[in-house]
Design a protein around this ligand. Structure first.
Ligand code: GUN
Length: 292
């Protein structure tokens, strides 16, 4: 079994980006600028957004963090999106999800200028992804593809089961893995809450991607020997042995499953850092797409 070290792979990407930015600056180019909008006080969202801003600092990108409390109106948030769309110094921006229930996420997502949509959530970018046209790829699926590619894990012709059909991960990833690209060319099964015979389907898979947010859902009896496992789950679980009182748990029963796999991602330190690295790639690309 080999650990798929997302921290190390993400660090490799950060170094490449740092060099690319320095080379551009040496020629008088602009510094890429990512803005992040955070609504509310969800601990997980705050952790992720803080990590994104920190990654910008490490690479030498400019960043802005715009924070609202839970009670911000949809109107005010849409006005901020409009302002960021028109701010020439901001190359790309994200609105961290989930949003409070009184705000329509799709409306907010659709209000973002597709050329600044570095999360790749806008319908225009998702459509381009399906057609394999240039555009922004959603950060977590793109990060998983980078992790497979940079660790020389072949995907062509492989049977892949993606568990979970979220708009952010499972749905786009199932399409990206099925496209005629490298990585890609998998035969993909997208499994969800209505799937019949899930265990039998997962048992046949060469590549298993778990993205449902249910700690320890994938157990050893669901995994064939030599499978590649990508664990997208990051649920906070009470853990009194930790200083902050909780631990991050993946969707895979790591201890039991790891001995059966060829490759497996840890949680934390697997997919999470790769999501952030993809966002940084998209931010540099956003500056280039805007001709800056
Ligand atoms: N919530 C969970 N993952 C993400 C992400 O990649 N981007 C945004 N904007 N929100 C998220």
């Amino acid at each position: 079994m080999q650990l798929l070290d997302g921290r190390a792979t993400a660090q490799e990407i950060r170094e490449e980006l740092k060099n690319a930015v320095n080379a551009r600056r040496a020629q008088g180019g602009k510094t890429p600028h990512l803005a992040a909008v955070l609504v509310g006080s969800d601990g997980g969202s705050l952790t992720y957004v803080t990590a994104k801003v920190k990654a910008c600092d490490q690479i030498g990108f400019d960043s802005s963090l715009i924070q609202y409390d839970d009670f911000v109106s949809e109107e005010e948030l849409l006005a901020k999106v409009n302002e960021l769309n028109n701010d020439d110094d901001v190359d790309g921006f994200i609105v961290q999800l989930p949003l409070p229930s009184h705000i329509d996420e799709l409306k907010v997502t659709q209000a973002i200028d597709p050329l600044k949509d570095v999360d790749g959530f806008h319908p225009e970018n998702l459509g381009k992804m399906v057609l394999n046209l240039p555009g922004f790829l959603p950060a977590t699926p793109a990060g998983i593809l980078q992790l497979l590619k940079r660790n020389n894990i072949a995907t062509s012709g492989k049977d892949c089961v993606v568990i979970g059909r979220s708009n952010i991960v499972g749905m786009p990833l199932s399409i990206m893995l099925a496209r005629n690209t490298d990585p890609g060319n998998c035969t993909v099964t997208l499994a969800h809450s209505r799937t019949k015979g899930l265990k039998e389907k997962v048992l046949k898979a060469d590549i298993i991607i778990a993205a449902i947010g249910r700690p320890g859902f994938v157990t050893a009896d669901m995994v064939k020997n030599g499978a590649v496992i990508i664990d997208v789950g990051t649920t906070r679980v009470k853990d009194d042995s930790k200083k902050n009182g909780w631990a991050l748990k993946g969707d895979v029963d790591f201890e039991a499953v790891a001995p059966k796999c060829s490759y497996i991602t840890p949680v934390p330190g697997g997919v999470g850092p790769m999501t952030i690295a993809s966002l940084m790639i998209n931010t540099l690309q956003s500056m280039e797409l805007r001709g800056k």
